[in-house]
Design a protein around this ligand. Structure first.
Ligand code: NAI
Length: 415
């Protein structure tokens, strides 16, 4: 069913923003500063009827990783026009259903990269100095002052697998501490500082004292570090995985640690992670010495949460004000600066032949000159922005005519 939507810039007071899961106050602050007054904040994730009730009437929904936005919840949210995931992952949203309803979904893929890089730096020092077992020993009344098995990081080789946002930041910090950094990435990456790339993963494993993984969860990276790769690492090397749980075979890693083949490991992500704080966490690495286990907190800092709040809120505000879908994870990307005094129409449609011609016919029939037009299609979805030289007299009738075009999913007008 085609749907026309309210004019967000002129209906800011009527635009309902519902933010769940204790999303950072920085997000609500930006909406308030932009003139949105109906901002409803919930401290926790909701489910079932409570979720349906909370999002009814919402134009914007903001969630973090716990709230499940199924097709039924999305469809029941009435005037919903966009979803913001104030986190990295978006698999808690039925992205296809959102797309079919013409609802873009935004996230914040880069806001917590610094936090992960900093944690990794801390772990490198902690592992090389065997701080975890010594701290546990001291807590228990022990006093082991031995230097044996403790090392400085200066001069050691850090091998970074995946030289993206996190890997490259990590390399800069590690070099500042005097480490020699090499990296392996499947694509050609600009190297920072004196960092050097190596042609294969095997080269990296053979040369590194510390191997740190920063690749995404892809078919090509699942099980990337198994028994063979661990056997190819230097004896007494360290492995850090702060990327995704399925990248490392934890049984193979546990065996190598138990055998003394590796000197330590730090792991933040696991193939199976508890869904809530109450659920018991189990991994073959538990109880092994010089192993730092953390509950997927690599990106969890107050600064990162604040930046995520700002990043996603900016994307949502931009979408409300201009229709921009830059950075949306399920939508064609269309961005076009606004020209003062030129109203804009937004049209989301099934990607079938002839829609653009019919959109233009609507404007030409009322004698309205189109001053700019950007169309982007992606798979079965098309999204077009049309700027016109003046506000049509019968704007509602123009919107209705756009919605009548066969294949229309939704349309919106911005003054
Ligand atoms: P990114 O996309 O900027 O970088 C990933 C890099 O891995 C890219 O340069 C890519 O070319 C490379 N890559 C992909 N497949 C590869 C392969 N098969 N072999 C070698 N290189 C490959 O990602 P970013 O932002 O640096 O994040 C890295 C990982 O960290 C992601 O998995 C992300 O989900 C995870 N992460 C973990 C967090 C935590 O809380 N522990 C928080 C934030 C991110």
């Amino acid at each position: 069913m085609p749907r026309t939507l309210p004019d967000a810039p002129f209906g800011r007071a009527e635009t309902r923003v519902v933010l769940l899961e204790g999303i950072s106050a920085s997000a609500a602050g930006l909406f308030a500063a932009a003139g949105y007054t109906d901002i409803q904040r919930h401290a926790k994730a909701l489910e079932g009827a409570a979720l349906v009730d909370a999002v009814r009437g919402a134009h914007i929904i903001g969630i973090r990783s716990r709230t499940q936005l199924s097709s039924a919840v999305l469809a029941g949210a009435g005037p919903l026009i966009a979803v913001g995931c104030f986190c990295i992952g978006t698999d808690q949203v039925d992205l296809q259903a959102a797309r079919a309803l013409g609802i873009p979904v935004f996230n914040a893929p880069f806001s917590n990269t610094r936090s992960v890089a900093e944690l990794t730096i801390g772990e490198i020092v902690m592992l090389l100095r065997r701080i975890t077992p010594r701290s546990a020993d001291a807590h228990g009344g022990g006093w082991d002052k031995s230097a044996q098995g403790s090392f400085e990081v200066r001069g050691k080789v850090l091998g970074i697998v995946g030289y993206g946002n996190i890997g490259s930041q990590l390399s800069t910090m590690a070099e500042a501490m005097g480490m020699r950094v090499i990296y392996y990435d499947r694509t050609n990456k600009l190297r920072h500082g004196n960092t050097e790339s190596v042609p294969t993963l095997a080269d990296l494993l053979r040369q590194s004292d510390v191997v740190s993984l920063h690749v995404p969860d892809l078919p090509s990276t699942r099980g990337m570090i198994g028994a063979d790769e661990i056997a190819a690492m230097r004896p007494g090397a360290y492995l850090i995985n702060n990327s995704r749980g399925r990248v490392v075979d934890l049984d193979a890693l546990a065996a190598a640690l138990r055998a003394g083949r590796l000197a330590g490991a730090a792991v933040d992500v696991f193939p199976t992670e508890p869904k809530s704080a109450g659920e018991r966490f189990a991994t073959p690495l538990q109880g092994l010495p010089n192993v730092i286990l953390t509950p997927h907190i690599g990106g969890s800092t107050e600064e990162a949460q604040e930046r995520i709040g700002e990043e996603v809120a900016h994307k949502l505000l931009d979408f409300l004000d201009s229709g921009s879908t830059g950075g949306a994870v399920n939508f064609p990307h269309v961005e076009q600066p606004r020209s003062p005094g030129q109203p804009r129409f937004l049209h989301v449609h099934r990607n079938v032949p002839g829609v653009l011609g019919q959109i233009n016919a609507v404007f030409s029939q009322i004698g309205l000159n189109v001053s700019a037009q950007v169309l982007q299609t992606e798979g079965d979805l098309g999204y077009v922005m049309v700027d016109v030289e003046r506000r049509p007299t019968g704007r509602s009738a123009t919107l209705a005519a756009l919605c009548d075009i066969e294949g229309t999913i939704r349309a919106r007008a911005l003054d």
